[in-house]
Design a protein around this ligand. Structure first.
Ligand code: NAD
Ligand code: UPG
Length: 433
């Protein structure tokens, strides 16, 4: 099939490459010239495991191209919209300007029978509004909403082998077009839920709200563990054995960040309030508040560890990205902690295997080290904020020889506390004695 993907960021670039890898002919469109030039040259503009390989192989097949010119979508019959829906500064609602601009720019190139497929995460009600916009345009194109559930770090696998496909459609024809697009995944038995626009939009935000709630639940338990001497990691293991609860997404620590969970729960709250149903999701404000308190907790632990003040103390912060295996620093707890510590007068040195370039753009005032060894050198305190493999596997004995003070805060509860203590470190975890 001939597809276009409008918006080639973390979602769109992977979607375009994966669809081409699966045999479709794809054109990726973005307004960002530099990003398009990089993608066209086969260089991903961000770090995502597996993306360089499929970008190269799909590019070599001749099935994948990139352009800044919307006219290049003309031959495609299915158009995915994957532009950003960031949080608005004042209201916390989703900023829909990019989605509307993309649809407006696309309309002149649509033909009778084309299908526009929304992938961006949007407030419920958006698809109905955009379907009307398409109908009013007289283009003859129709709309489907097909939310995306990929995780950064696993984006290629999640796109090629999704755990479910959700189609929000207004007619059967749209569903059968999407079946053709996703024939490979459907052929392996991927569940497919065909529903209306509103349900499809809500599936996406409620899934993220549930995941965020699960993380804040365990972080709330960590807060209780901290005043009782209990161990939240053991607690998570124990409740996680109950299949109704499950162990995944019960890792207590510095909390969730990224370009999705934080903004999506806030946008969902804002939309529910607009709909007069704010009370139905009022708990999400608490989920957000618990999450942000964990960042503060790490800062408080740092102050405690350094005897009451971090002023002029050298602190190594391991990690700048919001999670490992990504270079994404959007709403990153690790960076937030580093900025707060710097604000208190600490000499902060952050390090990360992939995220430094992005972190430097957002926070040029911070100091960055290329390796963990450089960050640790002479540090009075070490804060593990993102659980990259490189940091999880640090040798406590060797690390102790590099620092000025053997004190560590394990913001992700991933270090072997006993081994670090045995190597002479003062170990502080999150919700662990
Ligand atoms: N990142 C993820 O893991 C993920 C997963 C599922 C859903 N989503 C959702 O997908 C959407 C995109 O997220 P992202 O992380 O890829 O964002 P992103 O900021 O990485 O990418 C958005 C891209 O859209 C481009 N763009 C903006 N306006 C445009 C226009 N008018 N025409 C063409 N391109 C335009 C931008 O230049 C940018 O490259 C969001 O709604 C997000 O919530 C993201
Ligand atoms: O037990 C856990 C699990 C995760 N996290 C944190 O939660 C955040 C989000 O993690 P994750 O969900 O793996 O990352 P994303 O790539 O942002 O993916 C989420 O957001 C995407 C965009 O909407 C969705 O498509 C995915 O399904 C959804 O998992 C990160 O900061 C993690 O460190 C925890 O603190 N504890």
């Amino acid at each position: 099939m001939k597809l276009s993907v409008i918006g080639c960021g973390y979602l769109g670039a992977v979607h375009a490459s994966a669809m081409a890898e699966l045999g479709h002919e794809v054109v990726g469109i973005d307004v960002d010239q530099a990003k398009i030039e990089q993608l066209a040259a086969g260089r991903p503009p961000f770090f995502e495991p597996g993306l360089p390989e499929i970008l190269t192989s799909a590019g070599a097949s001749g099935r994948l191209r990139f352009s800044t010119d919307m006219a290049d979508v003309a031959e495609a019959t299915v158009h995915f919209v994957a532009v950003g829906t960031p949080q608005m500064r004042d209201s916390h609602a989703a900023d829909m300007r990019y989605v509307d601009a993309a649809i407006d720019a696309l309309i002149p190139f649509l033909k009778e029978g084309d299908l526009v497929v929304g992938k961006s995460t949007v407030p419920v009600g958006t698809a109905a509004r955009l379907a009307q916009k398409l109908a009013d345009s007289g283009s003859g194109a129709t709309l489907a909403w097909n939310p995306e559930f990929l995780r950064e770090g696993f984006a290629v696998k999640d796109t090629i082998e999704p755990d479910r496909l959700v189609y929000g459609v207004a007619d059967e024809r749209a569903a059968s077009i999407l079946d053709e697009v996703y024939a490979t995944a459907l052929g392996t038995g991927t569940p497919r839920i065909v529903t209306d626009y509103a349900t499809a939009e809500l599936v996406k935000v409620s899934a993220n709200a549930f995941l965020a709630t699960k993380i804040s639940f365990i972080n709330a338990m960590a807060e209780i563990a901290e005043v009782t001497g209990a161990d939240v990691s053991q607690l998570a293991d124990a409740i996680g054995h109950d299949a109704r609860i499950g162990r995944r997404f019960l890792n207590a620590g510095v909390g969730f960040g990224g370009g999705c969970l934080p903004k999506d729960i806030r946008a969902f709250t804002a939309r529910a309030e607009e709909l007069g149903r704010g009370e139905s999701v009022a708990f999400l404000k608490e989920v957000d508040a618990i999450n942000l308190r964990r960042r503060q907790r790490v800062v408080d632990l740092a102050v405690e560890a350094l005897g009451g003040s971090v002023y002029n103390k050298r602190i190594a912060v391991l990690g700048v990205t919001f999670k490992p295996d990504s270079d994404d620093v959007r709403d990153s707890p690790a960076l937030d902690v580093a900025v707060q510590l710097k604000g208190l007068g600490a000499r902060v040195v952050s390090t990360d295997p992939q995220g430094i370039e992005n972190a430097r753009i957002r926070h040029p005032q911070l100091d960055y080290a290329g390796t963990a060894d450089e960050a640790l050198a002479g540090a009075d305190l070490v804060v593990l904020a993102t659980e990259w493999k490189q940091f999880r596997e640090l040798d406590p004995v060797r690390s102790a020889t590099l620092v000025a003070g053997a004190s560590v805060i394990d913001g992700r509860n991933v270090l072997d506390a006993a081994a670090w203590r045995a190597a002479g470190w003062t170990y502080r975890g999150m919700g662990r004695p």
